[in-house]
Design a protein around this ligand. Sequence first.
Ligand code: KG4
Ligand code: ZN
Length: 340
Amino acid sequence: MQAERLTLGIETSCDETAAAVVADGRKILSNIIASQVDIHQRFGGVVPEIASRHHIAAVLPIVDRALREAAVDLADIEVVAATQGPGLVGGLLVGLAAGKAMAFALNKPLVGVNHIEGHIYANFLAHPEVNPPLICLTVSGGHTDLLYIPKLGEYRILGRTRDDAAGEAFDKIARVLGLPYPGGPEIDKLAQQGDPQAIDFPRGLADSGNFDFSFSGLKTAALNYINQSRQRNETLPLADFAASLQWSIVDVLTGKLLAAARAYGVRSIVLSGGVAANSMLRRHLSRQASVMGLTVLYPPPVLCTDNAAMIASAGFFRYLAGWRSGWNLNAQPSLRLGDD
Ligand code: KG4
Ligand code: ZN
């Protein structure tokens, strides 16, 4: 039997310090995530400077745990993959420095990974059978990108948000409601008891005929609704508000995904990024797609949000394709897919 080829993945682009060991790019041996959510919760969002300090303290113990849980030694690792961007520069620098130091000391190759590509590879980890061509929606706190993936490693951006990311809209509105950070899962929970038709929120660019998104109009409408109800001393119908807000986002995302699949003649849709954990998005999109004979796949929630297994997987396939990063690899906070 051929020995498994091991990748160590490191992810520090936002508020999760994560390390993972993945075999042959598709099999997770360990996936350790130290979340800083509790630390940032009282600020209502991630404070970059605080995040970097915690990454520094956490990164090596987390790598150790990932190796221990996978029952492998650092010397068994074939390639080290670390997130290069996009993300918060201070955090990225910590993960890159750790990855570089280990790769250099062991004389192993280093591969810088695009965080968004990592999110896409979460699907290849969760569903080894999935293969391009695919339509993919990467939807997180920082991104809303609709992609056509004709083959492995090739990405065509069909559309993206012109202002806020979908997760950002969830988080910002939730914050005004006084819900804990991150707001997406909180809205998702509240929405279970609500009526999605109760409030008619705007659907930005829904009929634009292209694949771009806009969530700033929704954010303004939602904030106005909250303010008006406060001014009138009315109790906000929280569950209905959450369900309607969620529905306006899910409706637009679903509409554009199905239109893209139709336009490109693609039978499979994959979701990635934190918002891909949204229960209504999963349910509604799957139902609509099955009517059209399309398949919808998404990773389990732990692989939707930031993790290092997805970075190891994307890094391994880059490595197989011949990618190698130099010791001068730098953080790229605004890195876009296809730019590297
Ligand atoms: O991918 P991720 O962990 O970090 C970024 O790269 O941004 O995504 C975090 C985002 C946050 O905006 C969070 O509110 C959102 O994903 N999120 C959700 C759900 N779970 C996480 N949004 C809606 N519904 C959820 N269940
Ligand atoms: Zn992410």
